[in-house]
Ligand binder design. Sequence first.
Ligand code: NAD
Ligand code: INS
Length: 337
Amino acid sequence: MSDLRVAVLGVGVMGSYHAAALAERIAHARVTVVSDADGPRAERVARAVGARVEADPLAAIDAADVDAVVIASPGFAHEAQVLACLDRRIPVLCEKPLTLTADTAYRIVEREATLATPLVQLGFMRRFDAEYAALRSLVASGELGAPLLLHCVHRNPAQSDAFTSEMMMRDSVVHEADVARFLLDEEIVAVTVKRPRASREAPPGVSDPMLVLMETESGRLVDVEISGRSRVAYEVRTELVAEHGNAMIGLDGGPLVARTGGVRGRVQTAGFIERFATAYDTELQRWVRAARRGTVDGPGTWDGYAAVAVCAAGVEAVRTGARVPVELAPRPVRAAA
Ligand SMILES: NC(=O)c1ccc[n+]([C@@H]2O[C@H](COP(=O)([O-])OP(=O)(O)OC[C@H]3O[C@@H](n4cnc5c(N)ncnc54)[C@H](O)[C@@H]3O)[C@@H](O)[C@H]2O)c1
Ligand SMILES: O[C@H]1[C@H](O)[C@@H](O)[C@H](O)[C@@H](O)[C@H]1O
C-alpha cells in the first residue's frame, strides 16, 4: 500500500510539529499539502517538509493528492474543517478542542454517526503517553480497589495574553476532562470553578490560577488546578486515590527541592512538546496506520464532544460562580455498514 498523503491545516506550534513528524519520523505517510492563514508560514513549513501550499484549507481537504488531514488550526476553525473532511469521507486527526461549543461538537458526532466507520480522531495525546496508559491499566486491574478521587495539576509556565480564563478552560482543562473520562471510564455530570486571588502575572480580568471541580456520574470527584502563568515549568500531574491505595504520575523523579526558574530538584520539561513528544508521535503513527485502512484508532468524536461539553459548563461556572450541570445529548448509534 502506498504512503498516506496528508494535508496539515494550521502549521503554528502544533501543526508544524506534526508536519515535521510526518516528514521525518512517522512511517507510511508524507505531507503533500500545507495550509495556513499565514501565507509565509505555510511556505516555510511546506518547503521544510517537501509539500505544496494550498491557501484555502477547504480546497486542501478536497485536493486530489490528499488522502487524510491533520487539523491543527485554532479551535474556532475546526468545525468547518472537520465537516468538510466528513463530506469527503477521509480520515482526520483533529487537535483538541473538537469545536468551541457543545452544540457544534454534537453536530459532528451526529454527522459522523451516519457514516459506516468513524473517521475523526481527537488529539488527546495523553491517552498515548506511557504513564497515563499505565495508570489506566492499574485502575482496570482492580489492584487499588475502586477509584474515589482524581487530583490533577496542569501548570503552563507562560501563555500569551490571548489565554483568558475561557481559553484556559477550553484549551487546557479540556485535557483533564478527557483524562478523567479515560481513567474513570464514566461521564462528568457537573462542574464548579473557584477563582482564588489572581496572579499579577495574568492580564487584568483573567482568573489565573483556577480550581475546577468535576463530579462524575457515580459520584467521584476530580479536582484540577489550572495555571497559565506559573513561571516555573510545564507541570502536569495526576494522582488517583482509590479504596486500597493511590498512584501518581507526572513526577520527574527525585525529591521536590526547589521550584523556580524551570528547576525543581532537576530540570523540568519546558513545555508540552518536551513532555509529550513521544505521545504525539505514537498518536500520529497509530492514526496513520488506521487511516490507511480508512478508519481511526484513538479517542473519537464522542470523546471530543463530551470534553467540549464539560468545558462549556466550566466556562459558564467561571462566569456565574455556580455549579453547572453537564447535560449530554443521547449517544447516536452508528448506521449499519
Ligand atoms: N494536543 C496538544 O497538546 C496541543 C498542544 C498545542 C496546541 N494544540 C491545539 O492545536 C491547535 C493549534 O494550536 P497552536 O498552539 O499550534 O496554535 P498556533 O497559534 O501556534 O497555530 C495555529 C496556526 O493556525 C493558523 N490558522 C488560523 N486560522 C486558520 C484556518 N482557518 N485554517 C488553517 N490555519 C489557520 C494560524 O495562522 C497559525 O499558524 C489548537 O486547536 C490547539 O488547542 C494541542
Ligand atoms: O494548547 C496547549 C496544549 O493543549 C497543551 O497540551 C496544554 O497543556 C496547554 O495547557 C494548552 O495551552
